[in-house]
Design a protein around this ligand. Structure first.
Ligand SMILES: [Zn+2]
Length: 415
């Protein structure tokens, strides 16, 4: 049966090309006013202007008028850590009271507290908690997502996390990409023998992850004092042998060569980029690596925001993502990410919508399936509440502007 959505106030995000966008092209978020869209067998089959709508072809059809609403492609959130156990609001209170990283770590906080919680959780409990989060973000309009491991930090628990992601993949209506992030932090037992942990990742974790086909990508928290440039290179080269491409956490705390290494290793995406020199900006702008910015994490950590304007003006391919995680971005609502991209990083609404949809799809290598309104793509679309313009979404922050979400041609509200 065909599903026709008609009387759409404006249909946004039309794009049939598959090439990631750079510079001025980012602001080109094409639309049609007073539009319809037709969906069949989970996919977009056609769209057009209400003026040209042919009412005679309605055999075996369901027609839904969504007068006043806008339609846009679902968010493609290309950086999350949404499999985790417990929450860390106590750390937020410690930080408010002025405690530093070392003091919080001494009180049992930080990534290692999430690692303990994952260790103590069963695979079923982890899956159930993650599935609730996944359903929540789909309800906020996310139609494709990347999820990382990285709170396991042992062979057994990294595999546990990745198996949970695999189960989410098998049970979720939206496309999911899995990333192995064993190099997220050093577990306590390896604090004094860091090289032994890198050996464990390279010789045991990566082969085991590959053996079970649990990861599409490999990620490393590449930062001075955490995983060095040479550690990162070793881990990525080991993973590449098993077909896991890199996407890397770089330049979050310092500019010390992480970005250049990501580009040299052919990373799909270099993520964070809070600390960027002019050289870093021109390096990524002249590469094929996508610059994925995570403004809600910068907000939560009171860190400098990534230089989105400079990156766009230099011609970099910019995407934005939620970094949904319990420590530094405990929210996966992409409407907030779009708001902060506009207000704090001075992206225009069109640039932010593009970066949160098509560019995010490119950063997950899913642009042939999702990320824009195009014939043949999955019908994963957002229906907004009646709003005066798309810019109203980042403008009227903190509100949920989504009336319904269609995933593979089915209304979420009818599930
Ligand atoms: Zn992250």
């Amino acid at each position: 049966m065909k599903l026709w959505l008609t009387d759409i106030a404006e249909l946004h995000g039309l794009r049939s090309t598959l090439q990631v966008l750079r510079g001025n092209d980012l602001s080109n978020f094409p639309s049609i006013k007073e539009a319809w869209i037709c969906i069949e067998n989970e996919r977009i089959v056609d769209y057009g202007s209400m003026q040209d709508w042919d009412q005679q072809n309605l055999d075996n059809s369901k027609v839904v008028s969504i007068k006043g609403s806008m339609v846009l492609p679902c968010w493609c959130d290309s950086h999350t850590h949404l499999v985790f156990a417990g929450s860390r609001e106590q750390e937020m209170i410690y930080k408010i009271k002025g405690m530093g990283y070392a003091e919080i770590a001494a009180k049992g906080g930080g990534i290692l507290s999430s690692a303990r919680a994952v260790e103590e959780s069963s695979e079923v409990a982890l899956f159930e908690a993650a599935q609730i989060r996944l359903k929540k973000i789909i309800g906020w309009g996310t139609g494709a997502v990347e999820i990382k491991s990285g709170y396991g930090l042992s062979l057994e628990n990294e595999l546990k996390m990745l198996r949970v992601i695999q189960r989410l993949k098998n049970n979720s209506p939206i496309p999911i990409k899995a990333t192995f992030l064993g190099a997220h932090a050093y577990p306590l037992a390896y604090r004094e023998r860091k090289l032994a942990y890198i050996d464990l990742i390279v010789h045991e974790m990566i082969p085991a992850v590959a053996h079970e086909h649990l990861a599409d990508y490999v990620d490393v928290f590449c930062e001075e004092g955490f995983f060095s440039l040479s550690d990162t290179r070793r881990i990525v080269e080991a993973a590449l042998k098993f077909g896991m491409k890199p996407r890397l956490h770089v330049n979050q705390l310092t500019s010390s060569g992480g970005l250049q290494l990501a580009v040299e290793l052919g990373a799909i995406s270099a993520d964070h980029l809070e600390m960027m020199t002019e050289e870093d900006i021109s390096c990524i702008a002249s590469s094929s690596t996508i610059a994925t910015l995570l403004p809600t994490a910068a907000f939560f950590l009171r860190a400098p925001y990534p230089p989105a304007r400079k990156l766009i003006e230099a011609g970099a391919a910019v995407a934005i993502a939620s970094d949904f995680n319990p420590g530094s971005s405990p929210n996966g609502n992409m409407q907030h990410v779009v708001n902060m991209s506009c207000i704090q990083m001075k992206m225009t609404p069109e640039e932010a919508f593009q970066a949160a949809t098509f560019q995010g799809a490119c950063a997950m290598e899913l642009q042939h399936e999702v990320g824009s309104i195009a014939k043949g793509k999955l019908a994963n679309i957002i229906i907004t509440k009646p709003i005066p313009s798309l810019a109203y979404i980042p403008y009227s922050f903190g509100e949920n502007h989504i009336q319904d979400v269609v995933i593979r041609g089915r209304f979420l509200s009818e599930e």
